[in-house]
Design a protein around this ligand. Structure first.
Ligand code: ADP
Length: 557
């Protein structure tokens, strides 16, 4: 059965009312705002109360660099939550919300797979509770207000060529990457060039995911630098006087959403910045809620541990006020063989030398995550085509690299296939975690970037385009250089070359630009040719999607 067929069968017969799921973790009906029977948001009052609760332990799930072979990070995160519950532990999951861009493009659904999924799968993958809509609208409202300011006399003296704020859409639409707006004469605005990003790359998405509450959301929105004046003075949302309007549009989007897994594990799904072009973790409000409601909170960071994992440690954890107690790195035999040079079409064939060759990728991620002083467990997400010899090789290789590795078949068996992983995680949770940050925020931006490139990526040096050098000067002049770094880099490689698989070393990272994101509180470092508005592939996943006359959806994987 396909993922969606498994989910639909569960939704029809087994899915519980969301109030029952809330009650499992002590949430009353008054704590929930219902969006139908199976989805709810937590009220602001409930969030405030939970802030006072003691926190559980935190498990961060990350992975090797993604490949077309698929790693199954969300699947393992969900299966681990279900398995911990089968072992009698009060586990609560926190995940990101899917973006429609990749759903329609390459990826299909982002709600796990097989017997480790969250439901209602179609709703979560499509419009869910409207958070993406609210974010898109808020970003574009601010853009419209900026252009209206230019049109109405430009009292702030904003230089139309130095506006940083861009419009967004939650669709992969390459045609909107570079556009000219304001054409059509004096009543149609001030003509200028601009760009569209995908919603999940916007600063507002990052802000939503890092904000503590509505007051902090407003303070962060007020700080957003939308551009510069003709004399290069930064202009903020507060200067425009529209902080309240933008925050108002996000009043409901800031509340985490509660759903359930196929096995009824309470799951918060909230916020979804991509990890290659943003910081890649669900909202801190969702993770905090999971920590308050559960004894163990399991959260996932996007793409590989070089991106989402590093950003969780250096950006999210300080905002959350809690560092992970255990890191789980998801790997597959297939993906490691692909990293070791085996072709996609032949990945079902046994190839132990390719596995050995590709292991370097996982080895570096193990080393990197251990470097933070947190116990590491490797979850081998089993595929039906993995051979016993390959699986045993991988376990030995991990052990030699100093990490416990456990097989998990949550895709095929749900939580029952993840019991060994749950036990390994429980054991690791007993070990002391002694968190050591990667860099000191007081260091200069170039020093922080170099630390990430050398210590996490395994690169040698960094070169800066003229534009990036100028941006760094502006950052220094305005005193923004003590902010953490959010690297924008391809997810496929440790380097900025998507084709350099495995564990490349001694490479150079090319920095094109550095963008201050004062509301989010980090500097985005654009490397290589990474794009903030993806395109659709030759055969978009959309080609397989349909809805029947009686409303049944198919093709969301
Ligand atoms: P990620 O979070 O790493 O992007 P997902 O968990 O979303 O990956 O899984 C991607 C796809 O791979 C899903 O369609 C899922 O059903 C499939 N998948 C994951 N694990 C397995 C497995 N062990 N066997 C077969 N398919 C799997």
């Amino acid at each position: 059965m396909s993922d969606i067929e498994i989910a639909q069968a569960n939704e029809a017969t087994e899915m519980k009312p969301i109030t029952e799921i809330g009650a499992m973790v002590g949430l009353s009906a008054d704590d929930l705002e219902l969006y139908g029977k199976s989805k709810a948001k937590l009220t602001l009052a409930a969030l405030k109360r939970l802030r006072q609760q003691p926190q559980g332990k935190l498990v961060l799930v990350t992975s090797i660099n993604p490949t077309p072979a698929g790693e199954g990070k969300s699947t393992v995160t969900i299966g681990l939550g279900d398995a911990l519950r089968l072992r009698g532990q009060n586990a609560v999951i926190a995940l990101r919300e899917p973006s429609l861009g990749p759903v329609m493009g390459m990826k299909g659904g982002a709600t796990g797979g097989g017997y480790a999924q969250v439901v209602p799968m179609e709703d979560i993958n499509l419009h869910f509770t409207g958070d993406m809509h609210a974010l898109t609208t808020a970003v574009d409202t601010l853009a419209a207000l900026i252009d209206n300011h230019l049109q109405q006399g430009n009292a702030l003296n904003i230089d139309p060529r130095r506006i940083l704020w861009r419009r967004v859409l939650d669709i992969n639409d390459r045609a909107l990457r570079h556009v000219t707006i304001g054409l059509g004469g004096v009543t149609s605005g001030v003509p200028r060039e601009t760009e569209f990003d995908i919603t999940v790359a916007s600063e507002l998405m990052a802000i939503l995911c890092l904000a503590e509450d509505l007051a902090d959301l407003k303070a962060r929105i007020a700080r957003i630098v939308i551009g510069y004046t003709y004399d290069r003075t930064p202009v903020t949302v507060a200067d425009l006087g529209v902080t309240g309007a933008i925050a108002m549009l996000l009043r409901d989007a800031i509340k985490p959403n509660l759903v359930q897994t196929l096995a009824h594990t309470p799951t918060l799904i909230h916020g979804g910045p991509f990890a290659n072009i943003a910081h890649g973790c669900n909202s801190i409000l969702a993770t905090r809620t999971a920590l308050a409601l559960g004894d163990i909170a399991i959260t996932e960071a996007g793409f590989g541990a070089d991106l989402g994992g590093e950003k969780f440690m250096d950006i999210t954890a300080p905002a959350l006020g809690k560092t992970p107690d255990v890191v789980v790195i998801v790997a597959t035999v297939r993906a490691l063989k692909y990293n070791g040079g085996q072709k996609l079409a032949t990945l079902t064939e046994e190839n132990r030398p390719a596995l050995q060759a590709g292991f370097g990728n996982l080895k570096r991620h193990i080393h990197n995550m251990k470097r933070y002083g947190v116990p590491v467990v490797v979850a081998i997400n089993e595929f039906a085509t993995d051979t016993e010899a390959e699986l045993n090789d991988l376990i030995s290789l991990c052990e030699a690299a100093g990490a416990t590795a456990v097989r998990a078949n949550v895709w095929g068996e749900g939580g029952h296939g993840g019991l060994a992983l749950a036990d390994a995680v429980s054991t690791a949770l007993q070990q002391p975690a002694d968190f050591t940050p990667l860099y000191d925020n007081a260091a200069a931006p170039k020093a922080k970037i170099e630390t990430i490139v050398q210590q996490i990526y395994g690169g040698r040096d960094v070169v800066y385009d003229h534009k990036a050098e100028l941006a760094l000067k502006t950052i220094a002049k305005n005193g923004w250089d003590q902010l953490p770094i959010c690297m924008a880099k391809t997810q496929y490689s440790f380097s900025d070359d998507a084709k350099a698989l495995g564990a490349p070393s001694d490479f150079t990272i090319h920095v094109r630009d550095v963008v201050p994101r004062l509301g989010a509180g980090f500097l985005v470092v654009m490397t290589g040719s990474v794009l903030t508005m993806p395109g659709l592939p030759k055969q978009p996943a959309a080609l397989n999607m349909d809805v029947s006359d009686d409303g049944v959806i198919s093709g969301l994987f």
